[in-house]
Design a protein around this ligand. Structure first.
Ligand SMILES: Cc1cc2nc3c(=O)[nH]c(=O)nc-3n(C[C@H](O)[C@H](O)[C@H](O)COP(=O)(O)OP(=O)(O)OC[C@H]3O[C@@H](n4cnc5c(N)ncnc54)[C@H](O)[C@@H]3O)c2cc1C
Length: 298
């Protein structure tokens, strides 16, 4: 029986694990992909304290080193369900684990466009990660779809690799920080199209060759080797128990406690105003210290 199992090895889950381990609690971290989570897909971070600038994969690696240096027990596997009763049960494909407290730190995943060819063209011109796939389109013309911080930052990253980057925002303006947008606007190989909603992904011989988009009611076409999609995300909610939601996200109180007494949730999976690294780390710290206090009273 673990004191606490944490599902998700992003910055939120790892922070919680560090605090619990330092308090000498029996903690297990479960990650289905790469430690550091979404950080592994981020090209540049400029607002994380202690680093003037750092790449996402470098920060992810630092976090993984911290997991190992603190001798935090971890498993690389996918949690397929959870159950809650007198204790909490965490189901993996081949085993079931038990814990007193559970922290859900499963983050969110990129939202898809929902267009007919999208899944078929994944890896053949459709991507949700400029850092992972940008180099496949070196010196080519590409498009970035989206209007938020991620779209702008990743368009800037692509403008240093690709021949030309067209950014399509479905709104009349961007919804992002001014500084980074100004940097993008200075680039002479970037075109910005406002009020432009992508309506089809067109393929030839199994590869993306162009997209159609609707701009102010007029249907237009642009040739492109790739589209990088940054149009929001959907939280990774685990099946098994019905926790109270706020929209699509898990609802928590100020201790990061969900609607079930022994289940906490942290980071990008919870409902909040700002989804940022320092906030996710802070959530992990709050949940862990709340659980530590409760364990110490037992
Ligand atoms: C492109 C982009 C750029 C960004 N840039 C910045 C920035 O510059 N500054 C900033 O402060 N924030 C930035 N953010 C936001 C920030 O990265 C996130 O808020 C933060 O990393 C969220 O951390 P997390 O631990 O909650 O989630 P994640 O990092 O998503 O971690 C969740 C983990 O859970 C794992 N998981 C999911 N389901 C399961 C399962 N069933 N079993 C086991 N494991 C599972 C996933 O594999 C993943 O590793 C950016 C986000 C994006 C997408």
């Amino acid at each position: 029986m673990y004191d606490c199992i944490i599902v998700g090895g992003g910055i939120a889950g790892i922070t919680a694990a560090i605090y619990l381990k330092n308090a000498n609690k029996k903690v297990l971290l479960i990650e289905k992909g790469t430690m550091g989570g979404i950080l592994n897909n981020i090209s540049k971070i400029k607002n994380y304290p202690g680093f003037t600038e750092i790449t996402g994969p470098d920060l992810a690696l630092n976090l993984y080193d911290q997991v190992k240096n603190n001798s935090i027990e971890y498993i690389l596997d996918t949690v397929i369900g959870i159950e809650s009763g007198t204790s909490n049960k965490v189901k993996l494909k081949n085993k079931e684990l038990e814990c007193k407290y559970l922290i859900l730190a499963t983050g969110k995943e990129a939202r898809k466009l929902g267009l007919p060819n999208e899944d078929k063209l994944l890896g053949k011109g459709v991507s949700y990660c400029a850092l992972c796939d940008g180099h496949f389109f070196k010196d080519k013309d590409v498009c970035v779809l989206g209007a938020g911080d991620s779209a702008v930052v990743e368009a800037l990253y692509l403008s240093n690799i690709c021949h030309h980057v067209t950014v399509l925002s479905k709104y009349p303006k961007f919804k992002c920080q001014e500084g980074v947008l100004n940097e993008l606007l200075k680039k002479d190989n970037v075109t910005i199209l406002y009020n432009s909603l992508t309506s089809s992904l067109n393929e030839e011989n199994g590869k993306l060759v162009s997209i159609n988009y609707n701009q102010n009611g007029e249907e237009k076409n642009i040739k492109t080797s790739a589209v990088f999609v940054y149009i929001g995300s959907t939280p990774n909610i685990l099946s098994g128990i019905d926790l109270e939601l706020d929209g699509k996200y898990l609802k928590v109180d100020n201790q990061m406690q969900t609607s079930l007494d022994s289940i906490y949730a942290v980071g990008d999976i919870i409902s909040k105003d700002l989804y940022q690294l320092v906030g996710a780390a802070n959530d992990g710290m709050i949940a862990a210290t709340s659980i530590i206090k409760r364990l110490n009273k037992e």
